[in-house]
Design a protein around this ligand. Structure first.
Ligand code: 13P
Ligand code: SF4
Length: 306
């Protein structure tokens, strides 16, 4: 019965998508039922690139709010809708535009780099944006800068600082989901699976990153798992990605470093809500023109670098 219901829903979604000239963008952490209806599934950078170039009139964003905002900034002529507009990223809410302006005043010579996990208002205050895929390359692109501010994730800042050898002025932001993965978890899983490679997200705590074979964005993890000869992987990121990893690599094994690494906001979107959003064309995510223009500059600058 449940299976038939899901099948009916996905058929309805297909029909509505055609009627609305819509594309469904899905982040790698979404529920399996949502990943199954994706036109594009990817990490923050990949989804931004698709949002910037899709010929569709409507973008249904299955992810969190800052991602839909980024899509709207890049494609202002499109209607960007979220099946659940309350899906927020707590890390993105850890810094405000006013706080960033104060920080910039304290360091007037600094280049201001901001993680894509920020609000549009904060992006409007940045010199350049970055994602976990390109954060190192973005900071490296400003070799001549006397100082670099990096907000809001203190752990991503730590990772980038180690990789670039530069001291960064960071902020006290963090991801509550990745925080739950501890060095103890990695140690335990390595004992259970001694041949497994450890892949973690750079939002993890530094001691967790230090124990990993690689620190990667979610789609970089997907590529690594496909191309690497290892047959087993311990995955230190939000558990939703394991569905994709197993789908892409049916002969390999994937173990969550911690089953507690669940992002509740990423789980708010369901197939039923996607149907509702396509039927009603709600909830629309829009950014005011002034903020959008300034935020777009920071995103475009990132897209030019990588
Ligand atoms: P990715 O860009 O690696 O998909 O990361 C987004 C995110 O929110 C990680 O928590
Ligand atoms: Fe934000 Fe963390 Fe959820 Fe990613 S996993 S959306 S950083 S709270």
């Amino acid at each position: 019965m449940q299976k038939k219901f899901t099948k009916d829903l996905s058929r309805t979604i297909k029909e509505l998508k055609k009627k609305r000239n819509a594309v469904i963008l899905v982040h790698n952490y979404q529920l399996p039922e949502v990943q199954d209806i994706a036109d594009f599934r990817g990490d923050s950078l990949e989804l931004s690139r698709v949002a910037a170039t899709t010929p569709a009139k409507v973008i249904v964003f299955c992810g969190v709010h800052f991602m839909a905002e980024t899509a709207s900034i890049l494609s202002p002529d499109k209607k960007v809708i979220m099946p659940d507009v309350h899906a927020a990223c707590p890390m993105a809410n850890m810094i405000t535009a006013a706080q960033l302006r104060t920080l910039r005043k304290e360091h007037p010579r600094a280049i201001v780099v901001g993680y894509v996990n920020t609000s549009a208002e904060v992006k409007a205050e940045l010199d350049v944006c970055c994602t976990s895929t390109n954060a190192v390359a973005v900071v490296n692109a400003f070799k001549d800068a006397k100082e670099v501010i990096f907000v809001p994730d203190k752990y991503l800042a730590d990772y980038v600082s180690r990789k670039t050898g530069r001291k960064l002025i960071s902020w006290d932001g963090f991801c509550p989901t990745h925080m739950r993965i501890t060095a103890e978890d990695i140690k335990r899983e390595k004992e259970f699976h001694p041949f497994a490679k450890v892949l973690v997200h750079p939002e993890c705590r530094p001691d967790v990153v230090a124990m990993a074979d690689a620190a990667l964005s979610t789609s970089q993890m997907a590529k690594f798992a496909q191309n690497d000869p290892a047959k087993e992987f311990i995955i230190g990121t939000e558990v939703g990605i394991i569905y994709r990893l197993k789908q892409d690599n049916p002969t390999k094994e994937f173990y969550a470093a911690s089953e507690a690494a669940v992002c509740p906001n990423m789980k708010r979107t369901t197939q039923e809500k996607v149907v509702w959003s396509l039927e009603t064309l709600k909830q629309e995510v829009r950014v005011s023109d002034d903020i959008r223009r300034r935020a777009k500059k920071a995103i475009d600058r990132m897209l030019e670098i990588i």
